[in-house]
Design a protein around this ligand. Sequence first.
Ligand code: ARG
Length: 465
Amino acid sequence: MVKNMGKNNKKLWGGRFLSSTNTKTEHFTESLSVDIRLYKYDIKGSIAHAEMLGKTGIIPQKDSVKIIKGLKKIQTDIESCNFRFSVSDEDIHMAVERALTDDIGEPAKKLHTARSRNDQITLDMKMYLKDAIKNMIVLIEDLQGNLAEKAYAYADAVFPGMTHMQLAMPVTFGHYLLSFIHMFERDQSRLKDIFGRADEMPLGACALAGTNLPIDRLYVAKKLGFSRVSRNSMDAVSDRDYIIETLAAVSMIGIHLSRLCEDLVVYSSSALNIINLPEGFCTGSSMMPHKKNPDVAEIVRGKTGNLIGNLVSILVTMKALPMAYNRDMQEDKKPLFDSVDTVCGCLEIISELMKSVTLNSGALNKILGADLGLLATDLAEYLVTKGIPFREAHNIIGRMMLSDTALKNPREITLKELRKFSDKFGPDSTKLLDMKNSAANKKSLGGAAPVGVKKEIRKWLKKNR
Ligand code: ARG
């Protein structure tokens, strides 16, 4: 897109300057190389502004028409790589205005009436962000849909639930996957909240105080799809909360993805090996012929560090900035663009990967067949139903876990053996020695029982497919 980053000496803001800008200053202060990707929004905003200037009679209608035609041509030029960018243009706003002046002459000088780059940049960023949020929500929904489909396929598949990375209680793989759907649902809701707050049009705040000219801000807001306009011009140009909030929300998405990825790495490790990661999402070792490494999951886990770093970067940039616009704020773009790009890439690849994850039933059955501990809480709760206080029941089963009984395959443990620990164990208690029954018995609301989980899965499938 950037055809020629040449130098263009005459500054549009150069009136009070007698000498030219130092070349190093130009290179140091330019943001064009980063904010160039805002061109579409910048031009759209300028078209709405020019329309408003014509409609209100602040500039002649015929000039407004010429400006709009010129802006549309600039968009086509940029998109067909026929636009000459110059580092001395500083940023996308000046680049567009300079090109417009070169193209249409006098009328172009009226475009920046009742506007400053201070309100223009935050307008562009909000427009960009609103689209970015919509896109992130679609990607999250896609991932949720794939998780729900996988959960449906494995709705009855017993899976060892862990706490502290120790075997804890049986759940189903469907229930496990659903837990991530809920995490991503909160992420979506955070993004929607941010969208609502960002949906406030700052244009018309101008440099910081508004303008003497009779602008129609509501008209521009409607044209640009904003639901309302900002009510304090100083806040409007100095606010970057929407960027901080987005970087926080995106970091949270990263954290959620990193936790899923950590599980994928651990569960697929050759030591545990209870899930199979599709080969298409793994890579080999250049030296060790036997390796199948979970690189995609690891890189997503790693990229979460970049997301959190970008959040910290904007927080530190904004801390203690004086009212109102300060050039420091130009540094908001890199972290925002980087985090949005990064998280979209992560969501896309994990969504795809999750479609082909499978369970390794051989390894799973080995674990599930060998660990009475997974059923310890069920046995304690059984005793509770027979009138034993939970703390006492906990002790009884704790002692069972220390005995040889705990070394057996749970299915082979007899009623007689259970009764060695408590005479409250009746004939119905041996049904507890089954992992499937254990999961099925977790019928409390939101628990692991497949009956409830399946209902939940159907709800998500309906919502996200
Ligand atoms: N490139 C600037 C930014 O990204 C645009 C606003 C510049 N305003 C100014 N008065 N120099 O923040």
